[in-house]
Design a protein around this ligand. Structure first.
Ligand code: SAJ
Length: 430
């Protein structure tokens, strides 16, 4: 059976580009989102997120009639669930410590929303990054809502031949800022609960995926995604720890890393003000909360990366003291601090879980004369942190006494080095 109509539940940073890619291959796509504003924007052929090239693809798909958005699910042949999986903080009884735990309520709500329109032969794919076992849970929720249909699962007595609805986990792995290209080119991990669920999923993704679709089971696919992001988090923690050690030893960490990376088998990542975004700073907790006694290194890496913003704020406090020592006739209220970058990484506008936002928020409480922020990727100069004045790069360069570089945006790399005390968390002035 071919897939004529595909429904994508959750039209955010992953769901909308995925819906647009299917629609650009002339599949009928129904995008579903609880956010009426997102639905209305998409139905006008516009987008509510920033991602290069996506606006053109969505505009063409909507204009040609292949993509429409709605708040209520409609029948389709395949359903892809791309809703958030945030975490909630709860006390972990096994380790007796606060360990954030995954919140699967969005997946449960999405399953319950599509259940009434499911029919025999449909495919349901969970794309949201999820803890191990979530896809099987989703199949249980679907089965509870539709006792008239059969679903796969570890407890299920049905075999591939008599399962009505196939269920799989196929995690998204695209890099924000490169989503359109990576959706097509990246290899895809396909984790069906059964072999037929995997085969049907491969058939669906081959609509636009040029990378290899590699088959495994649902639990391994869930763990593969968590492993990729935890691996990156651990590697960044290593770089961040090095930066703190080097600061104490008066060694330039950027030079150190570039020297070490000349070794043929060493590839150290770059330190920074902390780890942000909605993936790398979140997903390791899905492993830690499940296996708190075993995931020691992964847990420690999270703590190292999460402590980096406070370390940067401490550096700013030292810079204030240095400024006052050098300028004995000035007081704290005479100081202007400029912060460069608010996004969670370079050349994007995404402020989610951004360490820069956290740091600037803390700097705004230091009672200096004025705190400026420069974020060239945000439209206009709308205040995003209370008490912090948004300004242009040149005005920040001319007016600040202390400059705190937080994100390596291209505009900052291309500009001259400002005069004054500099705290360069990304090593662009090295
Ligand atoms: N960062 C550093 N040093 C580095 C690299 C990154 O401090 O050397 C920081 C960034 O500044 C940022 C954070 O890490 O604050 C995360 O940025 P990122 O570019 O490493 O990753 P994301 O969150 O944009 O996207 C990741 C990707 N995962 C991997 O590279 C393993 C992407 O492929 C995933 O699809 C995405 O998470 C996701 O959705 O899970």
């Amino acid at each position: 059976m071919s897939f004529n109509t595909i429904s994508v539940i959750g039209l955010g940073y992953i769901g909308l580009p995925t819906a647009a890619m299917f629609a650009s291959c002339k599949k009928n796509v129904i995008g579903v989102d609880v956010n009426q504003h997102a639905v209305d924007t998409i139905n006008r052929g516009e987008i509510h997120i920033v991602e290069p090239d996506l606006d053109m693809i969505v505009h063409a798909a909507v204009t040609e009639g292949y993509l429409k958005a709605t708040t209520v699910p409609e029948p389709a042949d395949a359903f892809l669930i791309a809703v958030p999986t945030p975490f909630k903080s709860t006390l972990n009884k096994e380790s007796d410590s606060e360990i954030p735990e995954p919140d699967l309520s969005y997946i449960k709500k999405a399953s319950e929303a599509i259940a009434p329109v499911l029919k025999k032969g449909d495919l349901v794919i969970l794309e949201s990054t999820s803890p191990v076992g979530a896809t099987e849970k989703m199949a249980v929720w679907l089965a509870a809502a539709r006792p008239d249909l059969t679903f796969p699962g570890p407890e299920s007595s049905y075999s591939d031949t008599n399962i009505d609805v196939n269920v799989a986990h196929c995690p998204e792995r695209v890099l924000p800022g490169h989503v359109v290209r990576e959706l097509v080119e990246n290899d895809r991990v396909i984790g069906g609960i059964t072999a037929k669920c995997s085969a049907r999923s491969v058939e669906l993704y081959k609509t636009f995926v040029q990378g290899e679709c590699v088959i495994t089971n649902a639990r391994t696919a869930e763990m593969a995604k968590l492993t990729e992001n935890s691996c990156r988090d651990v590697q960044i923690a290593f770089a961040n720890e090095l930066s703190i050690i080097c600061d104490k030893l008066d060694i330039d960490v950027w030079e150190l890393i570039s020297l070490a990376n000349r070794h043929p088998r060493i590839n150290i990542l770059q330190p920074g003000p902390g780890v942000g975004g909605h993936c790398i700073a979140v997903d390791p907790w899905f492993i830690i909360s499940g296996q708190p006694n075993e995931a020691k290194l992964i847990h420690q890496a999270r703590l190292v990366n999460d402590s980096k913003p406070a370390w940067v704020v401490n550096k700013v406090k030292h810079a204030i003291a240095d400024f006052l020592l050098l300028n004995p006739n000035k007081s704290v209220s005479d100081i202007t601090i400029a912060c460069y970058g608010l996004a969670f990484k370079a050349d994007i506008d995404d402020l989610r879980e951004s360490p820069a936002m956290q740091i600037v928020g803390e700097i705004s409480k230091l009672n200096v004369g004025s705190v400026l922020a420069v974020e060239p990727n945000l439209k206009g100069l709308v205040e995003v942190i209370s008490g912090v004045t948004m300004t242009s790069l040149s005005s920040a360069h001319s007016n600040a006494n202390i400059h705190v570089l937080l994100v390596e945006h291209s505009q900052f790399i291309e500009a001259d080095k400002p005069a004054g005390i500099i705290i360069d968390t990304k090593g662009i002035y090295k």
